[in-house]
Write a protein of this length. Structure first.
Length: 144
């Protein structure tokens, strides 16, 4: 079984080799690489939720006339999803706050596209402190 031609079969084979204590037959370098890459999916999940969260915060702030329960639900769900990943992976507790600035530009672009407001409507730099973005009670005020 080859890592390059059938990843799933390769992974199952590596697991079977581990369980049968056939350590000499393991593809140690690729196995180590895969173990190192495991956190990437959890980090990606956090980043995706941060983008969704900040996009809705921008819409909330810049389209107050369109505010509704679905936006609040999306904001709360994104925060809940982030919290869930951290509960399962406590070593990632600082990761969301560290990613706010990196995720904001994408959230800004999506907010502009969805609202059909000019991109320049939205600040180039995240207008909220990291703690505010992640605070379950925070919703930004509308701009005049």
């Amino acid at each position: 079984m080859s890592y390059d031609t059938d990843y799933v079969a390769w992974a199952q084979q590596q697991a079977a080799l581990l369980r049968s204590h056939r350590f000499g037959d393991l593809d140690l370098e690729l196995l180590a690489q895969e173990i190192e890459d495991l956190p990437k999916s959890e980090q990606r999940a956090i980043r995706n939720q941060l983008v969704r969260l900040m996009m809705h915060l921008l819409k909330w702030r810049y389209q107050p006339q369109r505010r509704g329960e679905s936006w609040i639900d999306s904001v709360q769900d994104a925060r809940t999803q982030i919290e869930g990943v951290i509960e399962e992976n406590p070593s990632l507790w600082a990761y969301p706050a560290a990613q706010v600035e990196a995720c904001y530009p994408k959230a800004r672009r999506i907010a502009a596209r969805q609202t059909k407001l000019p991109l320049a409507t939205f600040p180039e730099v995240c207008p909220w402190a990291r703690d505010e973005v992640l605070d379950e009670d925070f919703l930004p005020e509308a701009t005049p």
